[in-house]
Design a protein around this ligand. Sequence first.
Ligand code: GRG
Length: 304
Amino acid sequence: VIDPSPSPPTFDFKTYMLEKAISVNNALDAAVSLQDPLKIQESMRYSLLAGGKRVRPMLSIAACELFGGHESTAIPSACAVEMIHTMSLMHDDLPCMDNDDLRRGKPTNHKVYGENVAVLAGDAMLALAFHLVATETEGVSSDQVVRVIVELAKAIGAEGLVAGQIVDVCSEGDPNLGLSDLEFIHRSKTAALLEGSVVMGAILGGANEEEVEKLRKYARCIGLLFQVVDDILDVTKSSEELGKTAGKDLVADKTTYPKLIGIEKSKEFADKLNKEAIEQLRGFDSDKAAPLIAMANYIAHRDN
Ligand code: GRG
């Protein structure tokens, strides 16, 4: 039987997240300086420095540190995954995709800078992410850097983020969307970049192949867990806030885990994924694994 929260009681997850977020925010601030052409740089900085939990950068850093690597080695990769996450949100918010007006509590990028600028700022951020990893990663071999770049490219392209987004967009409102389709969307749209973030950190920390695969499995579990919990919160939050009937109406058009397998089975699935994720970290130094264990528990038990 796996203890559901075996992270050492002395480990302070909140402080750890805060410290890593500060390091990442400083590095992001330095990476996108205010220079000509100002319009594009301003638009990039607007979304990049608009908050966000910095889950992906933290995962890269924690995975690197698990194998004895330094935070500074993982910082360019940590910034890169956050840049790509941010540009994917900017593009997702565009009128041709989700058409959203608000993101992270602020008007979306295209609402402030216009659609043309938001597209180009996202494109620039995608390019900058790879540039940063290739030119700023220090303290590891160039072979490791190449492997990190391959991992990142794989996570976001037509077999990763883009795959999830296109299937999601094309299946909107499809009443026949099944469990395997839903899982494909979540694995590609959400889990792929989380997986990339963790594996990139592990490679930079010096993990061997077997260790990389363990961490990959951990990341896949927390990636899917993230979405299953999101789906559960969708139901519980909307029924809490609006009363049971209105809540149901709100989520009626979206295919979710609770809709396909019910709320109880969804919770059981989430629990299974949480345990499976933590199981992958058995055998590692427990102090060094604590942030990753705490992250899995945080994703499983968050309430918003
Ligand atoms: C990457 C080349 C390239 C294109 C992008 C538009 C698109 C293709 C993909 C959209 C993917 C998308 C919107 C995924 C959702 C990911 C997700 C779980 C977002 C919420 O993440 P949090 O909770 O957000 O970490 P914060 O705001 O805290 O960063």
